[in-house]
Design a protein around this ligand. Structure first.
Ligand code: ASP
Ligand code: MG
Length: 244
C-alpha cells in the first residue's frame, strides 16, 4: 500500500490532471491512496475572496468559473460540485454581512478548494476506468486540535484512520490540508499542509511509501512562489549529495 500526493500546480488544468491519473494507474498494483491539494491557486483565491467579503464585497466568480470549466473539460458532471459552490457563496455572504472573519471561518472557506478537488479527481478517475471515491480527511478520522490555520493532528488518530480507510476497495482520493477538531469545526494544517496529510495517512496505514508529486523534474534552487528567479536543476548538484 502506498500514498501518492499531488499538489495544486499538478492539478491546475485538465492535461495535468490526466497526467496525475496516469501516474496513479501505473502504481495501481501497489494499492494507492491518493491525497490531493486544491486545484492550482484556489487556496489563494479563497483567501482573497474571504478578505473581500470581510470588506463587504462578495465575489467568487473566478473560483466558480474555474471549477465549472474544469469539470466541463474533464467530462464530469458540474452539478457534483454545485452544493459546495452554493455553500461557499452563502458563507461569503455571511462574512460580508457580519463583517467578521475569524481564523475558524477562514479555515472553513479554504476547505472548499480541497473538497472540490477530491470530488473532481475521483469522478475523473472513475470515468476513466479507475473506480475511485472522494473522502474528506475528517470523515476518515483526521482530527486535530483547534489551532485554526495551523492545526496539529491529535495523537491517537492512527487506529481510527486505518479502521475507516480501506485502500483495497474503491481507490480513495482524500482531501489534503483540511481536518476537523473534536467540536466538528473544520481546521487546516497550515499552507502546503497536504504533504503533512499524506504523511499522517501513510503512518496510520503503515504505508510502504509516501510519494509527494510536484510538476517539476529535478529540484528548484529556491521556492519559486517566493523567488521569481528560481531555476530548475535537473539533477542535484554533487555538493548536495551527502558523502557515503
Ligand atoms: N491547498 C493548500 C495550499 O495551497 C494546501 C496544499 O497545497 O498543500 O496551501
Ligand atoms: Mg500547494
Amino acid at each position: 500500500m502506498i500514498v501518492m500526493k499531488f499538489g495544486g500546480s499538478s492539478l491546475a488544468n485538465p492535461e495535468k490532471i490526466h497526467r496525475c491519473i496516469e501516474i496513479v494507474r501505473r502504481e495501481i498494483a501497489r494499492t494507492p491512496v491518493v491525497v490531493v491539494s486544491a486545484h492550482g491557486r484556489t487556496t489563494d483565491s479563497l483567501i482573497s475572496a474571504a478578505r473581500k467579503a470581510h470588506e463587504g464585497r462578495v465575489d467568487m466568480e473566478e473560483i466558480e468559473r474555474y471549477h465549472f470549466e474544469l469539470a466541463d473539460s474533464l467530462g464530469v458532471d458540474r452539478r457534483m460540485i454545485e452544493p459546495l459552490v452554493f455553500k461557499l457563496q452563502s458563507m461569503l455572504h455571511g462574512i460580508s454581512l457580519l463583517k467578521e472573519l475569524t481564523p475558524r471561518t477562514l479555515d472553513h472557506v479554504m476547505s472548499f478548494g480541497e473538497r472540490m478537488s477530491a470530488l473532481m479527481v475521483a469522478a475523473t478517475m472513475s470515468s476513466e476506468g479507475m473506480p475511485a471515491v472522494a473522502h474528506c480527511a475528517y470523515d476518515i478520522g483526521l482530527l486535530t486540535d483547534s489551532n485554526f490555520g495551523q492545526a496539529n493532528p491529535l495523537a491517537d488518530i492512527e487506529a481510527e484512520i486505518s479502521r475507516r480507510l480501506n485502500p483495497a476497495g474503491l481507490l480513495p482520493v482524500v482531501t489534503g490540508f483540511i481536518a476537523k477538531d473534536r467540536r466538528d469545526n473544520i481546521t487546516t494544517l497550515g499552507r502546503n499542509g497536504s504533504n503533512f496529510t499524506a504523511s499522517v495517512i501513510g503512518a496510520a496505514l503503515g504505508a510502504e511509501e509516501v510519494q509527494i508529486w510536484t510538476d517539476v523534474d529535478g529540484i528548484m534552487t529556491a521556492d519559486p512562489s517566493i523567488e521569481p528567479g528560481a531555476k530548475n536543476l535537473p539533477t542535484a548538484p554533487r555538493s548536495c549529495i551527502p558523502a557515503p
